[in-house]
Design a protein around this ligand. Structure first.
Ligand code: HEC
Length: 231
């Protein structure tokens, strides 16, 4: 029926070929041991780096929390610091997983390609603005800190839940030199509901964000590049 079995001689040739080229010594040394040693060293180094980075972040947060609440009794400060620690560590880990590849661990972005989050007015404005950017993504020209960017920011509404988006936005609003208030999962849920018809269409850039959120920022208007607006 099929062409395969009509030519058994082809089959035989293939099998003989295999036998002739088989080198038994290859079986004894499947992976050279120096390679295994290098892989193991890298794995241990990676684990250690992760551990120390996480510790550095939580310690800084601890210190801030304790400083900001001088009127609290030590036990209350301790409790708050511990709770703050757990939340801060979780948020920092989410940021590292989902954002740091592009915006970098220090929030500085990548010059000419990815805008900074440290000092960005989009991050520091009313929390609904950064939450909306995360939910819908962004694709179009935008000026951040005087530099024009025109790339694509992924859409997160399908990947991240309300709680995760709240944690991440709270993290970037309070990290590095940023000093803006936290956002709750309830606020994210409300923004998600308000945008529900357009979640799959990324914001068209700074100009569309200004139309929707301009009231939150005095400089955003002058900031945006003159660009043909898609109608
Ligand atoms: C694949 C790379 C990439 C990832 C991952 C990414 N972004 Fe972005 N982000 C961008 C780019 C590129 C822009 C600018 C888009 C444009 O030019 O229209 C941007 C813009 C932004 C902006 C508005 C401009 C600014 O600098 O304030 C915010 C806020 C933002 N991203 C936050 C985040 C957060 C939080 C995460 C993690 C959930 C994240 N981004 C993940 C690439 C990325």
């Amino acid at each position: 029926m099929s062409g395969k079995n009509e030519h058994p001689e082809d089959f035989g040739t293939g099998a003989r070929d295999l036998q002739e080229h088989f080198e038994p010594h290859e079986l004894k040394n499947p992976i050279p041991w120096p390679l295994i040693a290098i892989a193991a060293t890298l794995a241990i180094w990676g684990g250690a780096t992760l551990l120390f980075d996480a510790r550095a972040t939580t310690t800084g947060r601890d210190a801030l929390l304790a400083q900001g609440r001088p009127e609290m009794t030590p036990s209350l400060v301790e409790t708050a610091a511990q709770e703050g620690d757990a939340a801060a560590a979780r948020s920092a880990a989410l940021y590292d997983s989902y954002c740091a590849t592009c915006h970098q661990t220090n929030g500085a972005g990548v010059r000419g390609a990815v805008p900074p989050l440290d000092g960005s007015e989009y991050v520091l404005a009313d929390a609904a603005l950064p939450v909306s950017i995360l939910l819908r993504g962004l694709s179009g020209p935008i000026v951040v800190d005087g530099e024009v960017y025109d790339a694509r920011m992924p859409t997160w509404h399908a990947t991240l839940g309300d709680e995760e988006i709240a944690d991440i936005v709270t993290h970037v609003r309070g990290a590095w030199s940023n000093d803006a208030g936290p956002v709750s999962a309830e606020q994210v849920a409300a923004t998600r509901a308000a945008l529900s018809a357009e979640l799959d269409r990324p914001w068209a850039g700074g100009a569309e964000l200004f139309d929707a959120f301009g009231e939150f920022s005095e400089t955003m208007a002058d900031d945006q590049p003159e660009e043909p607006r898609a109608q």
